[in-house]
Design a protein around this ligand. Structure first.
Ligand code: BG6
Length: 467
């Protein structure tokens, strides 16, 4: 008998900038990534999403492949500047039509859409006008955009999430500088993060006010942290890392408040987040319906007297990443017994079960979707076939880890591997592949099913019994 509930949803995920292309098609405005990726030295070999895998023009072909895979649900994001080229104001009807047609095509094939409102592509106009997330004005702008999406798509879509991975777009945008707007400014970053929580709360409030028939959640990175040794210093460093990576980002959307100790520390050190009257109430009254968890890896943590900064492996040369460190607080270190990908991400399926357990322990038995999980790899091509056996092994072990979490009582309702199709990895170009479908960049972006495609089809068909 299957270890998954009979209404469990099997799907796969993508994000607008990473698949759509059509960066200036039919009235779309520029996003922050359209601009950032064209600045010299920002991405792997200057790759960008101008064309990506041209999903904008080929979505029917892609949805047909989703149907062939047996997908029951598809998680995708909407490009804000495709709908609102200036971020607010005049609507680009061609952009609305694209998503509307995509939704209809999915429904025609019995694939349930899950929309992410914000997967990092901010209208550049709002960055230029008031500094994007750094300004409180973004909260109204985001709410207006969310309302437009509910109005146009809420009759057909019942699974929504507001944000994808605040830790990444705020952390790397405002603290470590690898994403737009390329800042290294904790004070601005902490306040920008507060605006994300407020924007989430406002969009959740609007969702309920507009009586959209469905559920709305928030998607976070799920990254369990474990201390590299049993020493008191390493355990303390790890507690702090867990506080920042998890509690700071989950508490405001699931409890409607910040973790008190960390909040006091931030306000003492930087004087932020700054609250306006009504902020606390807004957060408290607008808890999300579910949490989306993106799980790839765990991090081992040590105390840190030396390193400040973040050196990533964006090349796929194993061992070239140096990790993240905040001097005096903590640093990530390599697990000497760990198994790592070519991008230095630890493969650790047990971490998924453990981390779900930590979430339900802190927040109760909330509805959970695994909104991303996958292996980034340079897939081998043998005699024209894409033989991605390592991906199958990775996903199989993580699906088992999900089943273990369910057996322990967690309310996991669906699983979306990252990604449906090979797409643009923000900083790693097209060589870091995640998909069930290969895209031939030398041959007019032709699609080709990988070994994992047929494997996952059987997983879905058997509701997770055939692994
Ligand atoms: C998540 C994002 O951080 O991980 C995706 O939501 C991203 O957009 C994925 O592509 C994998 O990360 P990367 O850096 O390997 O592309």
């Amino acid at each position: 008998m299957s270890q998954f509930p009979k209404d469990f949803l099997w799907g796969a995920a993508t994000a607008s900038y990473q698949v759509e292309g059509g960066h200036d098609a039919e009235g779309k405005g520029l996003s922050n990534w359209d601009v950032f990726s064209h600045l010299p030295g920002t991405t792997y070999q200057g790759t960008n999403g101008d064309v990506a895998v041209d999903h904008y023009h080929r979505f029917k072909e892609d949805v047909a492949l989703m149907a062939e895979l047996g997908m029951q649900t598809y998680r995708f994001s909407i490009s804000w500047p495709r709908l609102l080229p200036q971020g607010t104001g005049k609507v680009n009807e061609a952009g609305v039509k694209f998503y509307s047609d995509l939704i209809d095509e999915l429904l025609k094939h019995n694939i349930r859409p899950m929309i992410t409102l914000y997967h990092w592509d901010l209208p550049q106009a709002l960055q230029d006008k008031f500094g994007g997330w750094a300004s409180r004005e973004i909260v109204d702008a985001f709410d207006g955009y969310a309302r437009l999406c509910y109005e146009r798509f809420g009759d057909r879509v019942d699974l929504w999430s507001t944000f994808n991975e605040t830790i990444v777009f705020i952390g790397m945008g405002y603290f470590t500088g690898q994403h737009p707007p390329k800042l290294n400014d904790p004070k601005v970053g902490i306040q920008a993060c507060h605006h994300v929580f407020l924007a989430n709360a406002r969009a959740v409030k609007s969702f309920r006010e507009m009586k959209i028939n469905g559920q709305i959640g928030f998607v976070n990175v799920l990254q369990p942290n474990d201390p590299i040794s049993d020493s008191l210093e390493d355990r303390r460093a790890c507690e702090f890392a867990e506080g920042i990576f998890t509690h700071w980002l989950y508490d405001p959307v699931l409890k409607g408040e910040y973790p008190a100790e960390l909040l006091a520390m931030a306000q003492q050190a930087f004087g932020v987040p700054e609250f306006h009257p009504g902020d606390e109430q807004l957060l408290k009254e607008n808890i999300v319906d579910f949490i989306g968890l993106n799980y790839y890896k765990r991090e081992m943590i040590a105390h840190n007297d030396d390193i400040n900064g973040f050196e990533m492996n964006n090349s796929g040369q194993k061992g070239s990443g140096r990790g993240l460190g905040f001097k005096g607080l903590f640093k990530t270190v390599r697990n000497p017994n760990g198994v790592y990908t070519d991008w230095d991400w630890e493969v650790y399926p047990q971490g998924l079960t453990d981390a779900i357990g930590r979430i339900t322990h802190r927040y109760g038995n909330i509805p959970i979707y695994i909104t991303e999980n996958g292996l980034g790899a340079k897939d081998p091509i043998v005699n024209g076939e894409v033989l991605d056996q390592p991906r199958i092994d990775y996903l199989r072990d993580h699906i088992k880890a999900t089943a273990d979490a369910i057996a322990q009582g967690a309310d996991v309702r669906g699983y979306y591997p990252w990604s449906f199709i090979d797409l643009l990895s923000w900083l790693n170009g097209y060589q870091k592949q995640y998909g069930f479908v290969y895209v031939d960049h030398e041959n007019n972006l032709a699609r080709k099913k990988k070994l994992s495609f047929d494997w996952y089809r059987k997983v879905i068909e058997s509701n997770g019994e055939t692994l």
